[in-house]
Write a protein that binds this ligand. Structure first.
Ligand code: GLN
Length: 552
């Protein structure tokens, strides 16, 4: 039997609900149970694929090619369970599916209403995969009281009622702020938030209270009394030095105990938290520090590169070093010399991205890393920029560019290609035995090369050695590909196309063997990195950065 845990948030956004859900998932696994985590987002976009990273942080891509919320990344990193497209649901997706069915005549002439049609659709999504795992954890995005969220709250209320007693549990994550002026922790916002939830028919079973410090028992008891829960169901969630301490901290504060108690399950099952304690230990006892320059576009918002950040931390865990990321706006290099910014860094990383802004700056940064023999990691757009730089500098094609941002120009009636398309738009490619096609005029949503694709690595290449494999599968999210037209010339200048798609058509990895560490990948390795199982490319990149730090 699958038990359902619904996680809602109150008082303010950005409380770390996703992290609470992920850490609880890990805790239940540590108790020997299987879990799946799901995110129900009230916004109207069909998926986050078309949202700017400034709006919504990074887009996390699953193996099956869904463009999902960044919380799905937390779930995967904490539980190691690969998410599926059915694990991320938005109002937009719910409404489009309801409306599609209505157009097909699927409702036999009924008037379509939020209750029951939309709420039924939400319940069907929640129920998908029922029976596969011991627990299904569903996080509701946003904050209780948001207009868009109402159908979701209503659906989970009904869901608990539809099922037998004891199958569902509601956890509400709130904030208990500390007011400096009166030196007091304030429980009123939590009380109000619980009231709001109760007014729509949901009584939370457990309250997870976020605060700067651990909540003293006086406040816990007060919250319990006013919010109609047992004091043992008020779990304190203090700020932590790093997120990977959350499972151990939540256990100490009694979250797994409260959950199992809520379901009347065995409280004495052994808890295997040693691996988490070990991760926390390795982060706090480092033997050095490396500085990695990240030259990108969305540098003002860390969430925009969440998985890159985490994968670097995992690489640090593997090498027991602390990774300091230095975020640099690529545009800066279009006006200024990169030397003062980059010469003292131990490594340079260019992450994925979209659009022209800053591209020339990224090309300069890749060139700097290549010429000054600084470890370099180019991810997706980062690899494309590195290849353009090498075609310009090594092969001498000065107008090498990308179809993403260089366009054909109309000159006195004729079309003139003002650039050489080293990165170009591919119309057809293979996915397993299927041919997939796309056009530049397609919708912008979900029309990229998305999800897991295999890559074949050249025997004896550096990447084959790092992966300890010649056949790998990695997640993709891009519209453009590196053109193989310059492959031979680049190879004669010491650049190796060391990873290709299985049909040999699409470059997946380029490397420079005669360089301390220069690797570009067309995919997103950061999405598959885990604290216990750091991605080999990130682990080796941080190792190379550490070696470099001793050279300076
Ligand atoms: N904008 C590039 C493309 O669409 C790279 C995408 C990315 O870095 N994820 O091909």
């Amino acid at each position: 039997m699958t038990r359902y845990i619904f996680i809602t948030g109150g008082v303010v956004s950005s409380l770390g609900k996703g992290l609470t859900a992920a850490a609880l998932g890990a805790l239940l696994q540590a108790r020997g149970y299987s879990v799946r985590l799901r995110k129900l987002d009230p916004y109207l976009n069909v998926d986050p694929g078309t949202m700017s990273p400034f709006e919504h942080g990074e887009v996390f891509v699953t193996d099956d090619g869904a463009e999902t919320d960044l919380d799905i990344g937390h779930y995967e990193r904490f539980t190691g369970v690969s998410a599926r497209s059915s694990d991320c649901i938005s109002s937009g997706r719910i409404y489009s599916s309801v409306l599609e069915r209505e157009r097909r005549g699927g409702y036999l002439g009924q008037t379509i209403q939020v209750i029951p049609h939309v709420t039924d659709e939400i319940k069907n999504f929640i129920r998908e995969g029922d029976g596969e795992t011991d627990f299904m954890l569903c996080e509701i995005g946003g904050t209780v009281g948001d207009i868009e969220g109402l159908p979701f709250y209503e659906a989970i209320r009904q869901f608990a009622l539809d099922n037998e007693f004891g199958k569902c549990l509601f956890i509400h994550v709130t904030l208990v702020p500390y007011l400096e002026a009166c030196s007091e922790l304030k429980t009123k916002p939590t009380q109000h938030s619980v009231k709001e939830l109760q007014s729509i028919g949901i009584s939370p079973d457990i309250l997870v209270c976020r605060s700067e410090q651990t909540l003293p028992s006086k406040e816990r008891e007060k919250i319990a009394l006013f919010c109609n829960v047992k004091p043992s169901s008020v779990v304190s969630a203090p700020d932590l030095p790093n997120i990977y301490e959350a499972p151990v901290s939540y256990h100490e504060q009694g979250l797994d105990h409260a959950v199992l108690n809520g379901f009347a399950m065995d409280l004495n099952s052994p808890v295997k938290l040693e691996p988490w304690a070990e991760v926390g230990n390795r982060i706090s006892t480092v033997k050095g520090e490396v500085r990695v320059a990240i030259v990108g576009k969305y540098t003002g918002l860390e969430d925009a590169y969440k998985s890159i950040n985490e994968a670097l931390i995992h690489g640090g865990i593997a090498n027991q070093v602390c990774v300091r990321s230095e975020w640099i706006q690529a545009e800066v290099f279009e006006q200024e010399d990169p030397t003062p910014y980059l010469e003292s860094c131990d490594a340079i990383l260019i992450p994925g991205g979209f659009g022209e802004r800053g591209s020339e700056g990224k090309i300069k940064a890749a060139g700097f890393a290549r010429a000054h023999k600084i470890p370099f990691f180019g991810i997706c757009l980062g690899m494309q920029m590195a290849v353009i730089e090498m075609v310009r500098s090594l092969v001498g094609v000065k107008n090498a560019g990308s179809e993403e941002f260089d366009h054909e120009r109309n000159v006195s009636g004729g079309t003139v290609r003002s650039f050489e398309p080293v990165v170009y738009h591919l119309a057809k490619w293979q996915q397993g035995n299927e041919t997939v096609s796309r056009s530049v005029d397609d919708d912008k949503g979900a029309t990229m090369r998305l999800g897991a694709y295999r890559a074949c690595l050249a025997e004896g290449s550096r990447v084959a050695e790092i992966y300890q494999a010649v056949d790998v599968s990695e997640r993709h999210r891009h519209r453009y590909e590196v053109n193989t037209r310059y492959r031979e010339e680049l190879e004669s200048h010491g650049v190796k196309f060391s990873g290709m798609s299985p049909d040999g058509q699409l470059p997946e990895i380029v490397e420079i063997p005669d360089h301390p560490w220069f690797i570009g990948v067309q995919f997103h390795p950061e999405l598959k990195s885990r604290p216990f199982n750091p991605h080999p490319l990130f682990a080796d990149f941080v190792r190379a950065a550490f070696v470099q730090s001793h050279l300076l």
